[in-house]
Design a protein around this ligand. Structure first.
Ligand SMILES: Cc1ncc(COP(=O)(O)O)c(C=O)c1O
Length: 316
């Protein structure tokens, strides 16, 4: 339906977690989008195959976006831009927050994704912490100043979310093996929306684990889902149709949670597989919790690993 700029190795690996399945008494599988073979992996590679092609089709020479200082999206976008010979400009804040959800400041080492975005040649413009709305406004200002300097700018939403980002995951659902329940991290919404819409006519349950405390997250995911449905010619799901669990966020966006830390160590020890503290560890803490509470009994569970591992090297 849409042409792509190839970036990742597809299908990504998918395998049973033998030791973890035995320990939890469930049939647990993992989809390895941490192993895309592109810029140290992660769920953004799939979205960027569509987004970069759209930018090239528009004749852009510069992509402007924004994110948290340890953004996995900015890292993968920077790599994609390097390959596509586009300039990459990103507005970043240490920890953007939702108004009313300002969180304890995390001490970063200044490494992790930051080093990699730099290595891929992105122009990173850092701002004092503020709300997400403040960050979006800074990115809009940057885009405007790039235009004023004569560049043809393509402005990408945070996390590459939108119809095309969700479409990438709608298509990715074809790579999923048989499962009863799919669990994945959810933040800017396109991963969750794309997978939910792909499986909505099947009995498979898709559970998104919110990594962001924002009250409006469900509506934002539904908006992204509606944009995807507009291009698919389908009725959009209502916000309530999405199974979004908000009880695993912990202290806030970008702040590791106790349960996430336990999940990260647990999976590292059981399977030698790494998670990241901001997204995938929180999502996997839900797998542990639901399994221990008996809610996944007799179910084949697919954990969709969305990557983010470089952030491990930025959090103390
Ligand atoms: C590692 C990782 N997992 C999950 C997500 C959430 O994906 P989405 O933005 O599509 O909701 C992100 C987004 O930044 C991410 O970097």
């Amino acid at each position: 339906m849409f042409s792509t700029f190839p970036l990742i190795l597809k299908p990504t690996p998918c395998h049973r977690l033998e030791r973890a399945s035995e320990a939890l008494g469930i049939d647990l599988w993992i989809k390895r989008d941490d192993l895309t073979g592109f810029a140290l992996g992660g769920n953004k590679g799939r979205k960027l195959e569509y987004l970069i092609q759209a930018a090239l089709d528009e004749g852009a020479d510069t992509i402007v976006t924004c994110g948290a200082r340890q953004s996995n999206f900015v890292r993968q976008l920077a790599a994609a831009c390097a390959i596509a010979e586009l300039r990459c400009v990103a507005a970043v804040m240490d920890q953007p927050y939702e108004p009313g959800h300002q969180v304890p400041q995390v001490q970063f080492t200044g490494r992790g994704n930051e080093v990699l975005s730099d290595l891929f040649g992105a122009k990173i413009v850092r701002f004092e912490n503020g709300s997400w709305e403040d960050l979006f406004a800074r990115a809009a200002d940057l885009a405007e100043s790039e235009r004023q300097s004569g560049h043809v700018v393509h402005h990408l939403a945070v996390g590459g979310s939108g119809a095309l980002g969700a479409y990438a995951f709608f298509v990715a659902a074809d790579e999923a093996p048989h499962h009863d329940v799919l669990i994945t991290a959810s933040s800017s919404g396109s991963t969750h929306a794309g997978l939910h819409i792909a499986f909505r006519d099947f009995p498979n349950q898709v559970i998104g684990i919110a990594c962001d405390p924002e009250e409006d997250l469900r509506n934002e995911i539904a908006r992204v889902g509606a944009d995807l449905c507009a291009i698919l010619g389908q009725e959009p799901p209502s916000p309530d149709e999405y199974d979004l669990r908000s009880d695993y966020v912990g202290p806030g966006y970008g702040v590791p949670s106790e349960a996430g830390e336990e999940a990260l160590q647990w999976l590292a020890h059981q399977e030698g597989i790494l998670l990241d503290p901001v997204y995938s560890a929180k999502a996997f803490s839900a797998v542990l919790d639901l399994a221990r509470r008996g809610e996944l009994e007799d179910q084949t569970v697919l954990f969709w690993h969305t990557g983010g591992v470089p952030a491990l090297f930025a959090y103390r």
